[in-house]
Write a protein that binds this ligand. Structure first.
Ligand code: Z5A
Length: 211
């Protein structure tokens, strides 16, 4: 949990579940509180982070070692925290971030098989005690997400993994919610957009993010 006036909210889920689509809706709810909102994403969110993102996702680096991938995610995160997230929270703003450390547990932990104690060490080192106030996991079957994403663009280096990889990613997200129910909520994203946004509204109310 952060001890700031503004809230730190992250959005998670496998590809194609609707993170980008729902970001604007969440932002509009946050803006109704009268507190300015900084919207950002990971990997990325800074010039260095966006350069790392490009390296992480392009096919040029197919076969990258899992440890290199993990460390690049946290390198991007360290820069992002120091340059964007912490200054915004310190200025009393809300921060809405498309993916954060839960994605590392899900993709590099569940997907790639890296031990979660290794990830926790990096999390503690890079973030100290900072954790999101609320993480919304948009959950849908792997086929649904991939089908939606596939209609949009060519798969990048991570998106080209097989269904069993994304099944492990999805299951790890659900386990994270089980471990941290006070700060992580799961929303059924397989239904129509209006129903997804209804659930998001209730989760944000329940967690006291909006009145
Ligand atoms: N990654 C990692 O491995 N470790 C880490 O620590 C971090 C990230 C931070 C980049 O993420 C990659 O980085 C990601 C994980 C890894 N790789 N993968 N896979 P990203 O967030 O930039 O990319 P993404 O997950 O691939 O996001 P996406 O494909 O852009 O999906 P999305 O944002 O969740 O979905 P969308 O664009 O909002 O929606 C997809 C389509 O579905 C679109 O046409 C919508 O109109 C449609 N849609 C959305 N909702 C609905 C509903 N309810 N019904 C019907 N259609 C819908």
């Amino acid at each position: 949990m952060s001890h700031y006036t503004g809230k730190f909210i992250t959005l998670e889920g496998i590809e194609g579940v609707g993170k980008t689509t729902n970001r604007e809706y969440i932002r509009s709810l946050l803006e109704q509180t009268g507190i300015p909102c900084v919207e950002t994403r990971e990997p990325g969110g800074t010039p260095l982070g966006e350069a790392l993102r490009e390296m992480l996702l392009e096919h040029k680096h197919d076969g990258m070692s899992s440890d290199a991938e993990l460390l690049m995610m946290f390198a991007s995160r360290a820069e992002h925290l120091h340059k964007v997230i912490l200054p915004a929270l310190e200025a009393g703003k809300n921060v809405l971030c498309d993916r954060f450390t839960e994605a590392t547990y899900a993709y590099q932990g569940g997907g790639r098989g890296i031990n979660d104690r290794k990830i926790a060490e990096l999390e503690n080192w890079v973030q100290g005690e900072l954790r999101p106030d609320l993480t919304i996991i948009l959950d849908a079957p792997v086929e649904t997400g991939r089908d939606r994403a596939g209609r949009r663009s060519e798969p990048d280096r991570i998106e080209k993994e097989q269904n069993d990889f994304f099944e492990r990613v999805r299951q790890t997200y659900l386990q994270l919610q089980n471990h941290y129910p006070h700060r992580i909520s799961v929303v059924d994203a397989s239904v129509a957009l209006e129903q997804v946004q209804d659930q998001i509204y209730h989760v944000m109310k329940q967690h006291g993010i909006i009145d």
